[in-house]
Design a binder for this molecule. Structure first.
Ligand code: BES
Ligand code: MN
Ligand code: ZN
Length: 499
């Protein structure tokens, strides 16, 4: 992983040298300090903007050779549109878009003057959102790129955000940075190839969270056998690499308060097993641990900003391989809950891992709510594409909380149904339940399967197969892995389970 930006905050004043960015609203309206900066421009900003057709429209930019005597090399004017109507989402996107402009200059350092006309000056939370946008945009997965010529080496640019209230901005950034680091951790894990990141290595990543005050416990194969987790173990049995179940606990809330529980699918590689997948695109299945990555990233964010809540993260880590010892279609296993499962397709493995992880979480930790995240079905891509994760829940209040936090975090969700009728589709004469309901409504029947392992706890399932990786690149993500879910889970805790 490379972080291409080093961030700091300073007082808003006319930048003295190098590359500077100022923001302009619609009709080229400027904040007071930006107005000072352009006062040295020959013909004012109007002249250059007129020639370039720049009007201050959202995310448009105008790159100017800086006015003589200003001491600057370059002045970039970045449009923010109607400055009075900007949201946190906008400021985060601006951070990403501005950093992209800065990267083109190949400068070592730059100052971004965050003042806008009116009383919408982004200090504190909004400046921190901007900084998060810079940091997330600056993420690149290039661990394995060797032999770079000096010229091609990405530069680590020093970005100074000049703001009205640096103290307030720094304080907000200390929380926002923990969230950004959580997103970056999740991206790194999803991007990492499966030869490097097996279940054991993944569990070690969870253990590293102890540095933030998270309690971490890792169960190995022996412990899981004792707990009778035959659904999870059945998936893993074709792999030479042993399964792991990692439990992370952040006790930031009142002692004795039931925790919020996050449960993640962590299939480090999904070949499909004996029901093997076609070769084309199979490499993407190194990302089949995107749910577990989101959970670990969210725990990082929550612990990093010292959230006042009790939160636990449970991740089931396995590899799904074809092998002489692999599970077969037709096999029947008994999950930890006692439910018997007929395996009709060994490629429907995520739900088997989650069946035991969910049951364990609910039985052992008696959570107030339980949310699982999983790259569970290709069908959710058919339904929603890369733009929304699928939300399923047995509880309308929880679903509404998630939908509202999805909005405020900018990680969108769309609710899909559960019902008795859909549930019937996964009945089988041979056992209590079968692990696939066929092609139609594939995401829903997968969710129905999970629901059979959740009892009555308020529970939600997020199918992130479309959003965890391979989504279109945008202002704040240029990487294959998005880190989807980290900001959403963190936001849910912040909005509804703290204080
Ligand atoms: N990991 C896959 C789902 C997936 C597909 C994630 C594409 C990301 C992108 C999952 O384990 C799987 O193979 N699901 C099957 C289920 C089917 C066999 C019932 C699917 O979606 O085809
Ligand atoms: Mn599969
Ligand atoms: Zn899978």
């Amino acid at each position: 992983m490379t972080k291409l930006a080093k961030l700091n905050f300073s007082k808003a004043e006319t930048p003295k040298g190098g590359v500077a960015v100022i923001l302009a609203g619609s009709d080229l309206s400027l904040g007071p300090v930006a107005a000072e900066v352009v006062s040295g421009l020959e013909g004012g900003l109007q002249r250059s903007a007129g020639i370039a057709g720049f009007t201050g429209k959202k995310k448009a930019s105008l790159d100017l050779v800086a006015p003589a005597g200003s001491g600057l090399d370059r002045l970039i004017v970045f449009g923010v549109g109607d400055a009075g109507e900007l949201t946190g989402d906008d400021w985060r996107a601006f951070g990403g878009a501005v950093f992209a402009e800065l990267q083109k200059t190949k400068a070592d350092a730059a100052t971004v003057l965050l003042d806008v006309p009116g009383d919408a000056d982004p200090s504190g939370v909004l400046a921190a959102e901007f900084a998060m946008g810079v940091k997330l945009r600056a993420y690149a997965f290039d661990t394995y790129k060797t032999a770079k010529k000096d010229d091609d080496k990405p530069k680590n640019m020093k970005v100074t955000l000049a703001v009205a209230d640096p103290k307030a901005s720094k304080k907000a950034w200390s929380s926002a940075e923990a969230i950004a680091d959580g997103v970056i951790l999740a991206r790194d894990l999803v991007n990492e190839p499966a030869n490097v990141l097996g279940p054991v290595e993944f569990a070690e990543k969870a253990e590293e969270l102890t540095a933030l005050g998270v309690e971490v416990e890792v169960l190995g194969e022996k412990e899981m056998k004792k707990l009778k987790m035959a659904a999870l173990l059945g998936v893993s049995q074709g792999s030479t690499r042993p399964p792991q179940l990692a439990v992370m606990r952040w006790n930031g809330g009142k002692k004795g308060d039931a925790p919020v529980a996050f449960v993640g699918k962590g299939v480090v590689f999904d070949t499909g097993g004996i029901s093997i997948k076609p070769a084309a695109g199979m490499e993407d299945m190194k990302g089949d641990m995107g749910g577990a990555a989101a959970v670990i990233g969210a725990m990082h964010a929550i612990a990093g900003r010292k959230a006042k809540a009790n939160v636990i993260g449970v991740i089931g880590l396995v590899e799904n391989m074809p092998d002489g010892n692999a599970q077969r279609p037709g096999d029947i296993v008994t999950a930890m809950s006692g439910t018997t499962i007929e395996i009709l397709n060994t490629d429907a493995e995520g739900r088997l891992v989650l069946a035991d992880a969910l049951w364990y979480t609910q039985e052992k930790y008696k959570p107030a709510i339980m949310i699982d995240l999983a790259t569970l079905t290709g069908a959710v891509l058919v339904a929603l594409g890369n733009l929304n994760a699928g939300l399923f829940s047995n509880n309308d209040a929880l679903a509404d909380k998630l939908l509202s936090s999805a909005k405020s975090s900018g990680e969108p969700l769309w609710r899909l149904p559960l019902s008795k009728e859909y549930d019937k589709i996964i009945d089988t004469p041979n056992a209590d339940v079968k692990n696939t309901g066929g092609r139609w409504a594939g995401s829903i029947t997968a969710a129905q399967f999970l629901q059979r392992f959740t009892n009555d706890v308020p529970w939600a399932h997020l199918d992130i197969a479309g959003t965890a990786f391979g989504a279109p690149k945008d202002d704040i993500c240029q990487s294959w892995a998005s880190g989807y879910g980290v900001r959403l889970l963190n936001q849910l805790v912040a909005d509804h389970y703290e204080g």
